[in-house]
Design a protein around this ligand. Structure first.
Ligand SMILES: Cc1cc2nc3c(=O)[nH]c(=O)nc-3n(C[C@H](O)[C@H](O)[C@H](O)COP(=O)(O)O)c2cc1C
Length: 334
């Protein structure tokens, strides 16, 4: 699949996840075979008003390319300026968030609020399309009611405005993350458009991804929550779609991923910030493992890279001794 001129190596995409998909997490997904990663959503307002913290979210490396930078904002001028600056900073793709349903975002007129003002949405897309040359994409929800009519209308508008691809998370604004994603809406939007459609929502296993592609005809599958601490899901999806099988994630692979995540976090965030984030995030990799609660308690206290590595290696040694590598844990424990 292509997004504009950018060819994706396979049809897997890591969803934007605020507070989660930072550079170290995206690098793990890439090394597990994910074709396209998104930044977490970045405030156009924060960028333009020069908040250092916001600019740090744009940090990237060649290893994760292509990178899609997701912006949110409700004011056309600010969004255009932010898109221009993000393009200059090296983003390969610019994505605009039409799906965030968090109160604060809604109040500012951005995210899914834009799905109930399609006139404004159209003006905004036309304006951004004019000022950037890199591919432009959007990520939407079903809209404000279960019929999906907002999503269908916005998808059409977006294609007419020159948007290069659309990611569809078929839940309504009010659903937030409750209930089930209505994949039939992905199929309806795919059937209607000529630009690529990325399906999203409730893909938990590689089998789900294959089923989503078969049922909806979508061009790629975007995985969010199931890839947190489990980058191997991308390898599994690619393998299954290529006619192969889903491999067991070995203990060594899991612990190697954790150690790599510690290294990348320290390299890109600095030791102090890295330790602060690792205290909660390393636990994501231990879901389903024996003695995980003990490990998570211990990791909450770390103050240095050395301590983080020592705890990971102790835990690795304990489990390898007890479970002889892999088989006792079987399959993916996530
Ligand atoms: C913690 C969290 C943060 C999220 N942050 C964003 C975000 O920054 N931008 C966005 O478009 N969607 C965001 N989402 C929505 C996801 O990208 C995705 O659409 C949703 O989780 C459904 O996919 P999944 O079932 O594979 O998780 C977020 C979801 C969660 C759970």
């Amino acid at each position: 699949m292509n997004i504009g001129p950018i060819l994706l190596q396979n049809p897997t995409v890591f969803a934007p996840l605020a507070g989660i998909t930072n550079l170290p997490m995206r690098l793990l997904a890439k090394s597990a075979g994910c074709a396209l990663v998104y930044s977490e959503m970045i405030s156009a307002n924060g960028l333009i008003h020069g908040a250092d913290k916001t600019w740090q979210l744009l940090r990237s490396t060649a290893d994760e390319k292509p990178l899609s930078v997701q912006l949110f904002g409700g004011e056309t001028d600010l969004l255009c300026e932010a898109a221009r600056q993000v393009e200059s900073a090296g983003a390969d793709i610019i994505d605009i968030n039409f799906g965030c349903a968090v109160k604060k975002i809604l109040k500012s007129g951005s995210g899914v609020a834009l799905m109930r003002d399609l006139v404004k949405a159209e003006a905004l897309l036309k304006a951004v399309r004019k000022v950037v040359n890199v591919p432009l994409t959007i990520k939407i929800r079903s809209g404000w009611d279960a019929s999906g009519s907002d999503g269908i209308a916005l998808a059409r508008i977006a294609q007419d405005c020159g948007v290069d691809a659309i990611a569809v998370h078929p839940r309504t604004a009010r659903q937030a993350f409750g209930g089930r994603a209505d994949w039939s809406l992905i199929a309806r939007i795919k059937a209607m458009l000529s630009i690529p459609v990325i399906g999203n929502g409730d893909v938990v296993t590689a089998q789900d991804a294959a089923r989503m592609m078969a049922e909806t005809g979508c061009d790629a599958v975007m995985v969010g929550r199931a890839a947190i601490g489990n980058p191997f899901i991308f390898r599994d999806i690619v393998s299954l779609l290529d006619g192969g099988s889903v491999q067991t994630v070995t203990l060594q692979e899991r612990f190697d991923a954790m150690a790599g995540y510690v290294d990348a976090s320290v390299a890109y965030l600095g030791e102090t910030t890295a330790c602060f984030t690792l205290r909660s995030r390393l636990g994501w990799f231990t879901k389903g493992l024996p003695q995980a609660a003990q490990f998570r308690n211990a990791i909450r206290q770390i103050t240095s890279e050395t301590e983080a590595h020592a705890l990971v290696e102790d835990y690795r040694a304990t489990l390898l001794q007890k479970y002889d590598g892999v088989s006792a844990l079987g399959g993916s424990a996530f």
